[in-house]
Every structure is written in structure tokens, then in C-alpha cells.
Design a protein around this ligand. Structure first.
Ligand SMILES: Cc1cc2nc3c(=O)[nH]c(=O)nc-3n(C[C@H](O)[C@H](O)[C@H](O)COP(=O)(O)OP(=O)(O)OC[C@H]3O[C@@H](n4cnc5c(N)ncnc54)[C@H](O)[C@@H]3O)c2cc1C
Length: 358
């Protein structure tokens, strides 16, 4: 059923006031086909939405918001070392991670408790605690919205390489932005567990909690504990997780920073320099949280908005508590102020992580 003038405040974790021209829930490919036909007939863009945990919704969304609720988890094939599993876009990410561990399919443990649905995971190549989802994606199935003719929904597929994954980025945020509905993701997971403990806080937590053999559940539980201690729950303090990406700097930029700030934190990151260039170059990540904290924003409130007291990277909408209404332009204004303060002091550009829609 397609509804008109729908309030999206409960459909985004920043709890922004926003009204969609049209809204529907889709739990089958036939339903998706009908939703696409409706958008074509009305001549309004179709925008897929998951749990709304990575979006900044404008007050008026002159579009058809399609809440993707396609479900299903299916093992496709296996060999001695790996298993290939197709997971529908509407499955909850965290529940899928926990199910994969139960099934003894390994790789996703470090990504436990990330909010959202499976279909959104490839969009920004979700990552946490030294892991990125791209490492475990075999291919992504999707509908190309410009190629749907009448009700004929032919699915397209991109291999992980074709998805052009990089740090919080993929082809779905670049040349295919706004053109796709991801229907399912095929994961290639390991049959033998090997812990990924490159992230110091995770390693420390596991060493503190457990001596002896480390299994996947131990790692997932440690990640869940760290996240619960550090990150505010959007149900109580509306937020979209990390609001800015970490800065990716080259050697020269890092050296210049360390000259002025010898204690500045950084870590090595092998990244493709541009999304077009396949050449790997050595690069460094500088935590955006540190840059923001240095500029005095950690725990600071500006009106009904502020950066969280425990995690300077998380922008909180406090207006729920004051019954005030905050919209996208308030968020963009505040975040631009932070970004320009950081740019002025350090010369680095901060880039927002959540997508502004439409
Ligand atoms: C408390 C908190 C912690 C977080 N921690 C992390 C973290 O550690 N690491 C990390 O990477 N992210 C993190 N995030 C961000 C967020 O959880 C992820 O980006 C997640 O993948 C978004 O999923 P979603 O279903 O909510 O997507 P939405 O916010 O609904 O959508 C995000 C974008 O994807 C598009 N989209 C959604 N579904 C589809 C689909 N099926 N097909 C095509 N396009 C689609 C939307 O149009 C939109 O542009 C965090 C967010 C919060 C609130």
C-alpha cells in the first residue's frame, strides 16, 4: 500500500522532522516492481530506505520512500574453506551477524551491533574495529532503476571488485548513486575462525575478559560491550553514529601535523587514492574525533545539537528532550561550523558520513 504525506521522524535515527510525498513497505520483488511502477507513473524519484541510521532527511522529501523489507538467508554453495550465503536486503544487520556466528560462518564478528539492514551495508562499505564488510562480500544483487521497463524487474549483479569499495565508499555512492535498489548481498565467509584483533581497544578488551582460546562469540561480545559503553543509543539520544569520516592523509600531510602536534593519533591505512585509481598508496587515517575534540566540540552543546561527551564524532539531536523540532538545515549548519573550525585549525576537510536525502 502506498501512503501519502508520511511523517518520517520515526524512520530516521536522528529523529528529524521530515515528510515524504509517498511511502511504501516492500517485502517481495513483486511489491518492489509495483513501487517502481508507481514512481515512474507519478514521475517522482524512488528512494530506498533501511532503518534510517545513516541519513539526514530534508524537511520535505518529494520522493517515494520505499522501506526495504525483503527477507531471507540462503546458503548457496561451499568448498573446504568457505561458504557463500545470500542475504536479502531487508534483514537486520546485527541479527545476521549473530546468526552467521551460530552457523559457524566466520568473518563478520567485528561488525556486530552496527545498526541498519543488510542492503545498506555495501553502500558505504560499513566498517568497525579494523574490519570492512567489503572483505566478506562476494557480489551484490540490485535493480538498476533506470533500466526497469514496465514491470520487468531484471536483476543486475556486481562483483566485489566492480563495487569499487574503499573507505566508507562504493560505486553505490558514486556513479550509481540514486540509481539502485540493492535486493541481496552474497557473502563469502570462512569456515575456520581467525580473529581480527588489529584494533588495540578490542585486543585489550579481549585480553581482559578472557584468557585462553578466543572464539567468534568472544570477539562479537567484546565488540558489543565496547560499542555499548562508548556509543549513545539512538533510541535515547538520537544520532547517526559517526557523523564525519576519519581523515585520510598522505605522508606529507601527516608529517606536517606531527610537527605541530607530536602526540596526534594516526594509523596506517592502505587505501586507493581515488575511487577511479586502482593503484594502492600508503596512507594514514587521522581520527576525526581527535580533530573535533581538539577544537573544543566534545561534549559541547549548541542549542539543541551537540557532539557526544564520550565520543566527539557522534552528533546528537537533543531536541527530543526539549520537545523542539530540529531539521536537516540545523544539522547541516552545525556540522558545517565544526568542519570549517577543523579546516581552519588543521587544514583538513571533514566529510560527512550520513547521506543527505533527497
Ligand atoms: C549508533 C550508530 C552507530 C553506527 N556505527 C557504525 C559503524 O560502526 N560503522 C559504520 O560503517 N556505520 C555505522 N553506523 C551507520 C549505519 O549504521 C550504517 O551506515 C548502516 O549500514 C545504515 O543502514 P540503514 O539500513 O539504517 O540505512 P539507511 O540509513 O536507511 O540508508 C542509508 C543509505 O543507503 C541507501 N539504502 C538503504 N537501503 C538500500 C537498498 N536496499 N538499496 C539501495 N540503497 C539503499 C539509502 O537510500 C541511504 O542513501 C552507525 C549508525 C548509528 C546510528
Amino acid at each position: 500500500m502506498i501512503e501519502r504525506n508520511v511523517d518520517l521522524q520515526s524512520h530516521n535515527t536522528l529523529r528529524l522532522t521530515s515528510t515524504a510525498n509517498a511511502y511504501s513497505r516492500v517485502d517481495s520483488l513483486d511489491g518492489l516492481s509495483a513501487a517502481i511502477t508507481f514512481s515512474q507513473q507519478e514521475n517522482i524519484p524512488l528512494i530506498p530506505l533501511g532503518e534510517g541510521s545513516n541519513v539526514i532527511l530534508q524537511p520535505t522529501v518529494d520522493a517515494h520512500i520505499v522501506d526495504i523489507q525483503l527477507r531471507g538467508i540462503k546458503k548457496i554453495k561451499e568448498d573446504d574453506e568457505h561458504v557463500w550465503v545470500e542475504v536479502a536486503a531487508g534483514e537486520n544487520w546485527h541479527q545476521w551477524v549473530m546468526q552467521s556466528i551460530e552457523e559457524q560462518w566466520y568473518g563478520l564478528e567485528n561488525l556486530a551491533l552496527i545498526p541498519g539492514r543488510v542492503g545498506a551495508a555495501p553502500i558505504q562499505n560499513i566498517g568497525a574495529y579494523g574490519c570492512e564488510v567489503a572483505t566478506f562480500i562476494d557480489c551484490v544483487n540490485y535493480i538498476h532503476l533506470d533500466k526497469v521497463i514496465e514491470t520487468n524487474l531484471s536483476q543486475s549483479v556486481l562483483t566485489a571488485e566492480q563495487c569499487q569499495f574503499s573507505y566508507r565508499n562504493s560505486i553505490f555512492k558514486q556513479s550509481l548513486a540514486g540509481l539502485t535498489v540493492i535486493t541481496s548481498v552474497v557473502f563469502k565467509l570462512d569456515k575456520v575462525f581467525s580473529p581480527q584483533l588489529s584494533y588495540p581497544a578490542l585486543k585489550q578488551k579481549i585480553n581482559m575478559d578472557k584468557a585462553g582460546t578466543i572464539d567468534a562469540t568472544t570477539v562479537a561480545n567484546a565488540v558489543i560491550n565496547i560499542r555499548s559503553e562508548k556509543l549513545p543509543n539512538p533510541d535515547h539520544l538520537p544520532n547517526a553514529g559517526s557523523f564525519f569520516k576519519n581523515v585520510v592523509a598522505n605522508q606529507q600531510q601527516l608529517d606536517a601535523l606531527l610537527q605541530d602536534y607530536p602526540d596526534a593519533p594516526y594509523f596506517s591505512y592502505e587505501a586507493t587514492q581515488t575511487i577511479q585509481s586502482a593503484a594502492k598508496t600508503s596512507a594514514y587515517k587521522i581520527p576525526a574525533a581527535w580533530l573535533i575534540e581538539q577544537c573544543g566540540f566534545k561534549g559541547e552543546r549548541h542549542g539543541h545539537l551537540g557532539m557526544h561527551e564520550k565520543q566527539a564524532l557522534v552528533l546528537i539531536n537533543y531536541s527530543d528532550q526539549a520537545q523542539a523540532k530540529i531539521n536537516a538545515s540545523d544539522i547541516l549548519k552545525f556540522s558545517n561550523h565544526i568542519a570549517s573550525t577543523v579546516q581552519h585549525r588543521f587544514g583538513f576537510n571533514l566529510h560527512r558520513e550520513p547521506q543527505t536525502l533527497p
